[in-house]
Write a protein that binds this ligand. Structure first.
Ligand SMILES: [Fe+2]
Length: 344
């Protein structure tokens, strides 16, 4: 064990300069002594500064109003993204296609992931135009503060409230210590009782209360009983949010054809679904090394790799399952229609 630590120490040290976030897997990041001296909060602060610097260079990608909305709230919302006939055509195209899908169960919710590599999109001109188009790509890049290649899926959340444990994603949390972007373009109306995305406005900023929260969590995170918290996705209860003076959460019960892009370093959760529901969205996620002094040079944008991250992700998990014999969180379920009931 000691030998292992000696061998791994340089790797742990190098990880300080990356997006590594786990307090339990990296003893340097998890060190109480170092975090008492400000290691974690200084990483948070530097990541914010570098991110703000890069984001200024990407300001041309969104409107001044959207820049202001992001700065103030931590999210950008755009309604009626496509003209009505374009939206209807995109819906018809998605509804009438059989897609190769992977599913993951978390409590009473199943998330269906449908990768959209170029060979799938080539048969779906409306979906391809949206996924590669300016509203989706540019807003993601601006919020993520990088012009890298996002991971993109058709993303379906199927919830049956009375079956199984509560969905763990209904707990408020921050995805990681650095600014990071997630986007949902909803392909049908999302109602308040169907588990809408919920976000604490302004919680993406390193305000004095966020600084204090980060500092306190960093001292205890390595031994926190919640594994996700220990891995650097800090959990926070509704009560603690209001005790610490954060804003009231807002929920995105929005009509179809709305794009929501949020910095999920800010606190967010999936609202509880009070009735069986199916939420369909084009989903994108974009996060790179927080300390990069440039916005481009993403190797994943090289010819042959661009637009393939979703596919690569599920393929790697399938391979892992075959090699280890242990089931992974995502299961290939074959060809499905986008809104059909869960198969796992
Ligand atoms: Fe999250």
């Amino acid at each position: 064990m000691r030998m292992m630590s000696v061998l791994k120490a340089p790797v742990w040290a190098l990880e300080l300069a990356t997006g590594a976030k786990s307090f339990i897997d990296n003893p340097i990041l998890g060190s109480r002594v170092l975090n008492e001296r400000g290691l974690h909060v200084n990483r948070v602060r530097l990541a914010q500064r570098m991110s703000a610097w890069r984001r200024r260079r990407l300001a041309h990608l969104v409107s001044p109003d959207e820049q202001a909305a992001y700065a103030r709230e931590g999210f950008v919302v755009r309604g009626n993204v496509l003209p009505a006939d374009g939206y209807a055509a995109l819906r018809a195209e998605v509804d009438s296609t059989l897609f190769d899908a992977w599913e993951m169960r978390q409590g009473n919710a199943v998330t269906r992931f449908i990768p959209l590599p170029p060979e799938v999109l080539t048969h779906l001109p409306h979906l391809r135009a949206f996924v590669t188009g300016a509203p989706f790509q540019n807003t993601l890049k601006y919020v993520a503060s990088t012009a890298g290649d996002p991971i993109v899926y058709l993303h379906v959340v199927l919830t049956v409230p009375d079956v199984g444990a509560p969905d763990p994603q209904t707990h408020f949390h921050s995805d990681t210590f650095q600014p990071t972007a997630k986007a949902w373009y909803f392909l049908q109306d999302v109602h308040e009782d169907e588990g809408p995305f919920t976000y604490v406005p302004g919680s993406h900023l390193l305000t004095p209360q966020r600084f204090e929260f980060e500092q306190q969590q960093s001292l205890l995170a390595a031994s926190h009983p919640d594994r996700l918290h220990a891995r650097g996705s800090f959990r926070i209860s509704r009560e603690e949010l209001s005790l610490r003076g954060f804003a009231q959460p807002v929920s995105f019960a929005v009509p179809g054809n709305t794009l929501v892009v949020a910095d999920t370093h800010g606190f967010h959760a999936r609202g509880a679904s009070l009735r069986p529901s199916v939420r369909i969205a084009v989903y994108g996620s974009l996060r790179r090394n927080p300390f990069l002094p440039f916005t481009g040079l993403d190797p994943l944008l090289l010819p042959g790799l661009a637009g393939r991250q979703g596919q690569l992700h599920v393929q790697i998990m399938d391979l892992k399952e075959r090699l280890t014999g242990k089931p992974t969180s995502h299961r290939h379920v074959g060809k499905v229609r986008v809104a059909e009931p869960a198969r796992i």
